[in-house]
Ligand binder design. Structure first.
Ligand code: AP5
Length: 219
């Protein structure tokens, strides 16, 4: 099963994709995480995308398609995957169809669009902290670690993401409205889109997400 999480920055795509991954045993494929790993490794891809990400802009579609195809071709994705942050443009959605065919995944089965008001997104993003070691996500107010600044899972240091600054958040929201907003219409036309209310606490949102996914699994 190939599941896509859609939604603006801070909607909870990564948080919910991680929970779904644990419950259904499908790998979470986060393009943001893969790009950040490339930047941290200082490799050729990381050098190309670092400044783009810091500014809150989108990495070119062809670059993203190559990254995603390589990942989905790995054996752990044979039974499907949960895509977090991909696709983000109608062109990326079209390229994904080709990737899904070539990797024998078939096509996108389910698209979950998390909707959250913009004011709430800014609160979530500005309070987010991420473990520098294992990538676990926290929020200073909504999902705090047991010890301030320290990851519950691995003891790593919690840091603020480079694109969670006020200017970059504003730009990411603008880019989402302009370039990713049209994707919902693309998937609605194909009948795979499910809108999920992303407000409320993380467990409540997960119950709504899981109701859609378990319904699709039973069908
Ligand atoms: P990416 O890492 O994908 O960032 P994003 O889309 O901006 O999404 P976020 O990770 O900020 O938010 P999220 O929805 O995952 O929310 P989260 O669960 O973390 O991409 C970063 C950059 O990489 C892009 O700007 C672009 O440059 C590049 N890129 C990536 N993919 C690309 C692509 N396909 N094409 C081109 N470029 C690409 O939650 C946020 C916070 O809220 C956390 O602190 C969390 O704990 C908290 N939280 C979550 N749910 C709740 C809740 N229900 N209540 C309260 N708090 C909550």
């Amino acid at each position: 099963m190939l599941v896509v999480f859609l939604g603006p920055p801070g909607a909870g795509k990564g948080t919910q994709a991680a929970r779904l991954s644990t419950k259904y045993g499908l790998p979470k494929v986060s393009t943001g995480d893969m790009l950040r790993e490339a930047v941290a490794a200082g490799n050729e891809l990381g050098e190309r995308v670092g400044a783009i990400m810091e500014a809150g802009e989108l990495v070119p579609d062809d670059t993203m398609a190559a990254v995603v195809e390589q990942r989905l071709a790995r054996p752990d994705c044979e039974g499907g995957a949960i895509l977090d942050g991909y696709p983000r443009t109608v062109r990326q959605a079209e390229l994904l169809e080709g990737i899904a065919t070539r990797t024998s995944l078939g096509g996108v089965d389910l698209v979950l669009l998390l909707s959250v008001p913009e004011q709430e997104l800014v609160r979530r993003l500005s309070g987010r902290r991420v473990c520098a070691e294992c990538g676990a996500n926290y929020h200073v107010e909504f999902n705090p670690p047991a010890r301030e600044g320290v990851c519950d899972r691995c003891g790593g240091e919690l840091r603020q993401r480079g694109d969670d600054t006020e200017d970059a958040i504003r730009e990411r929201l603008r880019v989402y409205r302009e370039q990713t907003g049209a994707l919902a219409g693309h998937y609605r036309a194909g009948d795979t889109l499910h809108e999920v209310d992303g407000r409320g606490d993380i467990d409540d949102v997960f119950r709504r997400v899981d109701a859609v996914v378990s319904g699709a699994v039973r069908a």
